[in-house]
Design a protein around this ligand. Sequence first.
Ligand SMILES: Nc1ncnc2c1ncn2[C@@H]1O[C@H](COP(=O)(O)OP(=O)(O)OP(=O)(O)O)[C@@H](O)[C@H]1O
Length: 306
Amino acid sequence: MTQPVIQLQKVKKKFGNKTIIKELSFDIFPGEVFGFLGPNGAGKTTTIRMIVGLMNMTEGDILIFGQSIKSHYKEAIKHVGAIVENPELYKHLSGYRNLIHYARMVRGVTKKRIDEVVDLVGLTPRIHEKVKTYSLGMRQRLGLAQALLHSPQILILDEPTNGLDPAGIREIRQYIRRLAAEEGLAVIVSSHLLSEMELMCDRIGIIQNGQLVGVHSVGEFVGEEAEIIVRLTLDPIDQAVQLVKRYDYKIIKKEGHDLFIRMENEAIPILAERLIQQQIKLYGIHAEAKSLEDRFLEVTGGQDIV
Ligand SMILES: Nc1ncnc2c1ncn2[C@@H]1O[C@H](COP(=O)(O)OP(=O)(O)OP(=O)(O)O)[C@@H](O)[C@H]1O
């Protein structure tokens, strides 16, 4: 079995007597893009800051390639490249001069490696122009290049598409996927935007109030499974709810005369028959396409995302 590159083991974080992160445990594997998804204030940035060692944890441990960032920080962190705050760039210098500057601070970075990362993030044609002429998306990509200089096997990006326009978002998304596929990098990205995570990630961990409320592969999440959500229009609705509960179908929500139930396709005619037998009027049956957003709202109990 593939070994995880990062393991969070019962990580807790308290600020004063307030517990912000409550026993977070999950593993990240090589070559995967892992999305850390949650509403504002859920604890994404705090968790990422702990993973990259910018903040101490109160309890638990984080292992990177099996080494604890508490006891073996230097060995553990050398595998990690990260953009946690906005990358600091010298705007009056060219992208290339910026990279040279950072390369001096990292041991063992060759000129060849600089050219390689520039190519990886698609900046070759503009790299000798001043950063002040770059779009926000290009600056983000230069930040990516900088984080990749020391050839890390793990890349951690906190809200990498924040402030970008749709074209910029697409650009960053494509480069992130490419890095995972071509370089075998494990990537952790945080976001509060579902649609973006759906397109970018292989797996998504949903965090809410400092707790992981689910880890799902994107395919499974959007419904490759046998169950679907069915909307039934019924009257009287309360009697229908009682019957549906009696037979253990899973009710997602009730809206006016509509009842949303998660069930297998094959069970639809059986349920319809039961309702009709009980003299409940059935006005309509619709199978709802299950989007990532539906599933997200299910697992987070309906808390809105921004
Ligand atoms: N240094 C600190 N001292 C006290 N509380 C803090 C500190 N840093 C973060 N918090 C609190 O921890 C909680 C989680 O914040 P965090 O920034 O990790 O959330 P987030 O999921 O990244 O949200 P956002 O998308 O808004 O950045 C918030 O309630 C925040 O107020």
